[in-house]
Design a protein around this ligand. Structure first.
Ligand code: AP5
Ligand code: MG
Length: 232
């Protein structure tokens, strides 16, 4: 990591805007926690997975390019994802801080982000690793359901809606992600081990890494994260 971005101070010591990077394996709860933190801090949550899925749904050129890659559970090529992220981060709503869910995913993307943050000078990066017992991940992924309209995330085992397969908030029928199939989950976990896990050392070496236990229920994990972000 570039020396200009190194620090060893807690986030609260900084007056710069928060650039929170959520790391963790598929099913760790990155999306669940980014919704909660975004609401609490009033800063946007930026999920590369969601942006790419939206492109697939809208059948854009990008969506058509990445559809089969995503369904297989492999990573989308770096130039496509980096361009998407750069475009999103330059929107005015990111000026006061942002949460990145699912980016960076490998060293190349991390270096790209470092460079972008350095060019802006006003952000304080913090990488947060959500650690989860590997035995819980498969149930979290196979049990996940999402509301296609409001994007609320449910789980038939851990956080089920009041009415089976129906969103509590807007009554829409819930959907399952295409990459939550057994074969794609296997590939996603392999991609995580090979490409994304090495980022933990990268951010640990830089002094940016914080870790949180992602095993307890979602509100308890949110409280632990807020405790890390706002030390008393
Ligand atoms: P992406 O959408 O980022 O998927 P992922 O990393 O595989 O992570 P998930 O979204 O599956 O899990 P999550 O950690 O968000 O967990 P969630 O909160 O939903 O990426 C998808 C694909 O897009 C990639 O495979 C790749 O093809 C492409 N892509 C995306 N970004 C890319 C990039 N940067 N570069 C290249 N390609 C990229 O929770 C999971 C379930 O568990 C839910 O049901 C939830 O209700 C439940 N749950 C959550 N927290 C708890 C808890 N504490 N206790 C009990 N249950 C819980
Ligand atoms: Mg997610």
């Amino acid at each position: 990591m570039d020396a200009a971005l190194r620090h060893d101070q807690p986030h609260a010591a900084s007056r710069r805007a928060l650039a929170l990077l959520l790391l963790g394996p598929p099913g760790a709860g990155k999306g669940t926690q980014s919704h909660a933190i975004s609401r609490k801090f009033g800063i946007p949550e930026i999920s590369t997975g969601e942006m790419l899925r939206e492109a697939v749904r809208a059948k854009t050129e990008l969506g058509n390019q990445v559809k089969s890659i995503m369904e297989s559970g492999e990573l989308v090529p770096d130039p496509l994802v980096c361009a998407l992220v750069e475009q999103r981060l330059s929107q005015p709503d990111c000026a006061q801080g942002f949460i990145l869910d699912g980016f960076p995913r490998n060293l190349e993307q991390a270096r790209f982000l470092d460079q972008w943050l350095r060019s802006q000078c006003r952000f304080e990066p913090l990488a947060l690793n959500i650690q989860v017992d590997p035995n819980l991940l498969i149930k979290r992924l196979t049990g996940r359901r999402m509301c296609p309209r409001c994007r609320t995330i449910y789980n038939i085992y851990f956080n089920s809606p009041q009415k089976d397969e129906i969103c509590d908030k807007d009554g829409s029928p819930l959907a399952q992600r295409r990459d939550d199939s057994e074969a794609a989950i296997r590939t996603r976990l392999q991609e995580y081990e090979a490409q994304t896990k090495p980022l933990l050392d990268y951010y640990r070496d830089s002094g940016f890494l914080r870790e949180v236990d992602g095993d307890p229920d979602p509100p308890a994990v949110t409280s632990a994260i807020l405790g890390l972000l706002e030390p008393s």
